[in-house]
Design a protein around this ligand. Structure first.
Ligand SMILES: CC(=O)N[C@H]1[C@@H](OP(=O)(O)OP(=O)(O)OC[C@H]2O[C@@H](n3ccc(=O)[nH]c3=O)[C@H](O)[C@@H]2O)O[C@H](CO)[C@@H](O)[C@@H]1O
Ligand SMILES: C=C(OP(=O)(O)O)C(=O)O
Length: 425
């Protein structure tokens, strides 16, 4: 099994190009199922989850063309999905269990073909992750849904627009119901919708395919259903979590980096916390420069919550920063019940962290010391790499397949910034 080895002690310096967002490209790929013609998606990151989604769509019969490196320059690539060949409406357990985003084919299949069978995604390391809100939202549009033998089985002659209030803010449920509503008869009003930039990006892609949507990025999304969606082109929004991960890496190492092709306007909460930690941050167009002027970061308190508040997907990385910061920081996780699995591994590197329910109290230490550690989930993996960048000696991170789900070429990108990091095995 592959591992990543990091040698700590070098401040990061230089420029890094940000990839398209994992959490935007996956729903967008699922949305292509709604169209009557090929849809071309560019700025697609090279990620394992993208490969899994392409396999899922191909398994449904869609024709997928992957166009690596020919759109634009650098690591960009494009995917063209031709949904005209779709001949199955079943998303099997084997694929859904490896990637929760697979559940996002439910809304599109149901709206376009009148039926869908999607395996229940089940729990995952960071928490239980139910899908009841997806089901309730689709039922509000008139779908008949039963859950049996581990599958969500949905049917509808044609979905009908309705007003639906989400009980709690859910990114995935908002995406599923938004996609389904584009082909429903009449108008759908979604209240208490998630406002994440990835939802805005999905809405922009749907609009490029002919959907009529207003209000994305606010808690009230209005969708006027149309008869059909045509083909279209869309470039995936920059990954704000990847951007944040590199900025935290620079802050922890006392470095100075510029993230290129980023979207600073999607990152207010993260940039504010980095400023609070003592970083000087300058945003110019799609470039974000962070300069620590060689200083040690100051510990920050934070609470994860739906956008525009602090994102749960940046919690582990900020925890790593607090481990070596000056002072004490309290981190509160409100989205997932079990998203502190990196704590024990950070403690193995010498961190001082005490977990009490949904809060972790992190006392900054002068230094961490390298050790073998194990990645438990995607952002936990990133936090261990960040800790390795400042730990004395070598940190070897096992189970990095989690990392490859969501970070494109992370070791090449960090090496380009001066880190000593390599993949072995
Ligand atoms: C609001 C939020 O920050 N969502 C995060 C969540 O999205 P993801 O779409 O995976 O999760 P949701 O936004 O749906 O979950 C938000 C909350 O709602 C609950 N829930 C969700 C669906 C459902 O049917 N029933 C239910 O009870 C979840 O358990 C959770 O406590 O994980 C992603 C991966 O880490 C992040 O990128 C998203 O930012
Ligand atoms: C946990 C994450 O992703 P997923 O919802 O695909 O598991 C993430 O992006 O941090």
């Amino acid at each position: 099994m592959q591992k990543i080895v990091v040698e700590g002690g070098r401040p990061l310096n230089g420029e890094v190009q940000i990839s398209g967002a994992k959490n935007a490209v996956l729903p967008i790929l699922c949305a292509t199922l709604l169209a009557d013609e090929p849809v071309e998606i560019s700025n697609v990151p090279h990620l394992h989850d993208v490969v899994t989604t392409a396999k899922l769509l191909a398994g449904l019969g869609a024709t997928i063309t992957i166009d690596q490196g020919t759109i634009g320059t650098g690591s960009e690539s494009g995917i063209v999905v031709d949904p005209r060949t779709v001949n199955s409406h079943i998303a099997p357990y084997e694929l859904v269990k490896t990637m929760r985003a697979s559940v996002l084919v439910l809304g599109p299949l149901l709206a376009k073909y009148g039926e869908a069978e999607v395996s229940l995604p089940g729990g995952c390391a960071i928490g239980s992750r139910p899908v009841d809100l997806h089901i309730k939202g689709l039922q509000a549009l008139g779908a008949e849904i039963v859950v049996e033998h581990g599958f969500i089985k949905a049917k509808a002659a044609r979905l009908k627009g309705a007003r639906h209030v989400f009980e709690i803010v859910s990114v995935g449920a908002t995406e599923n119901v938004l996609m389904a509503a584009t082909l429903a008869e009449g108008t759908t009003i979604l209240e208490n919708a998630a406002m994440e930039p990835e939802i805005v990006d999905l809405a922009e892609c749907l609009r490029a395919m002919g959907a009529q949507i207003e209000g994305e990025g606010t808690p009230r999304i209005v969708v006027h259903g149309v008869e059909r969606l045509h083909g279209g082109r869309h470039a995936v929004v920059a990954d704000r979590i990847e951007t944040g991960t590199f900025l935290v890496a620079a802050a922890m190492t006392g470095g100075r980096i510029t993230a290129r092709k980023a979207r600073p306007d999607t990152m207010d909460a993260v940039l504010d916390k980095l400023r609070e930690a003592g970083a000087e941050i300058t945003c110019e167009g799609d470039r974000i420069t962070l300069d620590m002027h060689g200083k040690r970061p100051k510990a920050v308190n934070l609470t994860t919550a739906p956008h525009p508040a602090f994102p749960t997907d940046m919690q582990a990385q900020f925890m790593a920063m607090n481990c070596v910061a000056e002072g004490v920081g309290v981190i509160k996780e409100t989205i997932f019940e079990n998203r502190f699995m990196h704590v024990n591994e950070l403690v193995r590197l010498g961190a001082d962290i005490h977990v009490d329910g949904h809060s972790a109290v992190v006392r900054g230490v002068e230094k961490l010391s390298g050790a073998p550690v194990m990645a438990t989930d995607l952002r936990a993996s990133a936090s261990l790499i960040l800790a390795g960048l400042v730990a004395e000696g070598e940190t070897t991170i096992d189970r990095i397949y989690h990392l490859d789900r969501g970070y494109e070429n992370i070791e090449e990108k960090l090496s380009g910034l001066g880190a000593k990091i390599r993949r072995i095995g």
